[in-house]
Design a protein around this ligand. Structure first.
Ligand code: FES
Length: 230
């Protein structure tokens, strides 16, 4: 047997050639299957990353693979929500609660504009930058929570109306909640302290002067009533 015959399949015993071919066929099939699975997973991952989160509908009442049940305390009440672990608090409020709370607005969705501001344990946070799961065990206040009956406005809401502190209104829920947090801590906050507190909220319509006037006015009302009524 020459040295080359060691690698010549035609000189190998038949059973050995068969077993090698069988192995290669099997490996090829397994490799192809792995590639298909990987491509499918990759494709699914990319589809998930590129597309917006699905909106809740009745077919989502059951917990699907990868979803979790959370109980969030929202505006003083326990609310059950079923979401994927990656779901932000903003999306949980708007799309997964039943009924939804849509007063919290989606604008930049990247922690820049403050339209999605909610209060977490009384402090303003960007709803788009916190996972719903991270809000478990904490108190979430949305704009709906400031005036549960929709009739009796919170002093900050009333002041925004009185001082015409909005144009398109898209930034307004976020501003109202941030101002409420500032004034709950100190209803006699100065305009500079209010501006500092609102540094994370942007108003593209440029309503800032009226927003600060409203905040100062609401502070006076809250000081009279006693702080902590928001
Ligand atoms: Fe339009 Fe503030 S009122 S963004």
């Amino acid at each position: 047997m020459s040295a080359d015959s060691h690698n010549d399949p035609n000189t190998e015993p038949v059973d050995r050639r068969l077993s090698r071919r069988a192995f290669l066929r099997g490996a090829g099939a397994a490799g192809a299957a792995s590639a298909l699975v990987a491509a499918a997973v990759d494709s699914a991952d990319h589809a998930g990353a590129a597309s917006p989160e699905p909106r809740r509908d009745d077919s989502r009442a059951a917990v699907h693979k990868g979803e979790i049940n959370l109980t969030l305390t929202i505006n003083g009440k326990p609310r059950l929500v079923t979401v994927e672990p990656r779901t932000t608090l903003l999306n949980a409020l708007r799309y997964y609660l039943d009924p939804p709370l849509t007063g919290t607005k989606v604008a930049c969705d990247r922690g820049t504009c403050g339209a999605c501001t909610v209060l977490l344990d009384g402090k303003p946070v960007y709803g788009c930058m916190i996972l719903a799961a991270d809000a478990v065990g904490r108190s979430v206040t949305t704009i709906e929570g400031l005036s549960p009956d929709g009739e009796n406005l919170h002093p900050v809401q009333a002041a925004f109306v009185e001082h015409d502190a909005l144009q398109c209104g898209f930034c307004t829920p976020g501003f109202v909640l941030t101002v409420t947090s500032v004034l709950n801590a100190n209803p006699q906050a100065t305009v500079d302290e209010i501006k500092h507190g609102c540094a994370g909220n942007l108003c593209r319509c440029g309503s800032y002067p009226h927003i600060y006037e409203a905040a100062l006015s609401a502070g006076k009302t809250m000081a009279k009533k006693g702080a902590g009524n928001g």
